[in-house]
Design a protein around this ligand. Structure first.
Ligand SMILES: [Zn+2]
Length: 194
């Protein structure tokens, strides 16, 4: 018992010393947004309906169905916005661009992404890298992937090699498989600017 108490005391004092060391030598405050790297994740879904435009990663896709949405319904760009906001704990896309506002009716999601980018820059961050997965049964997105990557890289002022876009079907399972909706996941790492 004595040994355990001693080791606990040792640990406490070591932690205190480490903390003092960090604060004095590196001004490293884990409670504020000063971390050199921040990661975030985002997820979005939109229903599909006949006769509407389909926007995926900023590209208009020729298809008989499109996204039902207040904006242009670009699910992967919305997931990416959420990932970037999430990385800095700044809330979500609904908080920044409410779907009750007429200002955002039918808006091009590339404009929303640029606004989110400006926000992270204002907080002293830039894109490290990002990775998007789009789940869509039809049509095939493979022919558009490179255009999607370059579109995103241009908006976010980062190299093409920092932008990954992947597409998958869900093997005809679930709402994506039944072609009732599109689903998107995004992860992003932000890097503190020097
Ligand atoms: Zn959305």
């Amino acid at each position: 018992m004595k040994d355990q108490r001693e080791s606990a005391a040792d640990f406490t004092s070591k932690s205190t010393r480490d903390s003092e060391h960090n604060n004095s030598s590196r001004n490293y405050d884990t409670n504020s947004i000063t971390m050199p790297f921040r990661i975030g994740s985002g997820y979005d879904v939109h229903a599909l309906a006949p006769g509407l435009p389909m926007w995926v990663c900023g590209i208009r896709i020729d298809h008989e169905k499109g996204c039902v949405a207040h904006s242009d319904g670009d699910a992967p760009l919305h997931a990416l916005c959420d990932a970037m906001l999430g990385a800095l704990a700044l809330g979500d896309i609904g908080k920044h661009f409410p779907d009750t506002s007429a200002k955002y009716k039918g808006i091009d999601s590339k404009i929303l992404l640029k606004e989110v980018y400006n926000l992270i820059v204002a907080h002293g961050y830039r894109i490290g890298n990002l990775d998007i997965t789009v789940a869509l049964q039809r049509p095939k997105l493979a022919p558009h992937i490179e255009t999607m990557r370059s579109t995103i890289a241009t908006i976010l002022n980062c190299p093409l090699t920092s932008v990954s876009v992947k597409a998958t079907t869900t093997e005809k399972l679930g709402f994506v498989g039944r072609e009732e909706g599109i689903e998107a996941y995004a992860m992003v790492m932000l890097v503190k600017s020097l």
